[in-house]
Design a protein around this ligand. Structure first.
Ligand SMILES: [Zn+2]
Length: 172
C-alpha cells in the first residue's frame, strides 16, 4: 500500500467508530472522508465518486449503520494493495450504507437483490446488482448506459414505493 498514512488514518478512524457505541458510524466516516480527500490522489477520488459521498446530506438517504460497520471490519482485516483499491473499499462502505435493496432478485446471477439507484443527469431510477453489474429499469428493461449511477435518495425511494410497490414485496 503506497499511501500508508491514508490507510493508517482510516484504520484508526474505523477502529474508534467500531469500538464506540455503533452510533452514527456513517456520519463519522463521512467526516473522515472529507478530511482525507485532500491527501488522496485525484484519480482515485474521481474513479470512485468519493467527492459525492463526502458531500451528500446523509439525512436525505436511507442509512444502514450496521452495514457500514461490517464493511469497515473488512477494511481493517485486509489492507488494500493499492490506493485505487482503498478508494474502492471506501466507496463500498458508503455504497452499502446509503443504498436500499429491493425485493427483486437479480435476473442474471440470482445472487443479490437489485439496489435502487439513480441516473444523476435525469434522476431516472435504475435497479442494479452489486454482484454481476446487471442493471435494469423499473419495468425490467435492460440498462446499458455508461453513466455512473448513484444510490437513490429517500424521497426518490418514497416515490418509487408509491408507483411500484411490487418491487419491494418478497415473493417467497
Ligand atoms: Zn446479478
Amino acid at each position: 500500500m503506497k499511501n500508508k498514512a491514508l490507510y493508517e488514518s482510516l484504520v484508526s478512524a474505523a477502529q474508534s467508530v467500531i469500538d464506540g457505541d455503533g452510533d452514527a458510524v456513517v456520519e463519522r466516516m463521512q467526516v473522515w472522508l472529507k478530511d482525507s480527500i485532500p491527501i488522496m490522489s485525484r484519480s482515485a477520488v474521481e474513479a470512485w465518486n468519493l467527492d459525492w459521498y463526502a458531500s451528500i446530506a446523509l439525512e436525505d438517504y436511507p442509512v444502514w449503520q450496521a452495514d457500514a460497520g461490517e464493511e469497515l471490519l473488512q477494511l481493517i482485516r485486509f489492507e488494500p494493495s493499492t490506493e485505487d483499491s482503498l478508494a474502492m473499499a471506501i466507496r463500498d462502505v458508503f455504497w452499502h450504507s446509503v443504498s436500499l435493496e429491493t425485493a427483486v432478485e437479480c435476473p442474471r446471477c440470482r445472487d443479490e437483490y437489485l439496489r435502487v439507484l439513480v441516473k444523476p443527469s435525469t434522476d431516472e431510477i435504475v435497479l442494479a446488482c452489486d454482484a454481476c453489474s446487471w442493471a435494469q429499469t423499473t419495468t425490467g428493461r435492460r440498462w446499458e448506459e455508461s453513466e455512473l449511477l448513484r444510490p437513490a435518495s429517500r424521497s426518490a425511494i418514497g416515490n418509487l414505493k408509491l408507483t411500484n410497490p411490487e418491487l419491494f414485496v418478497h415473493s417467497k
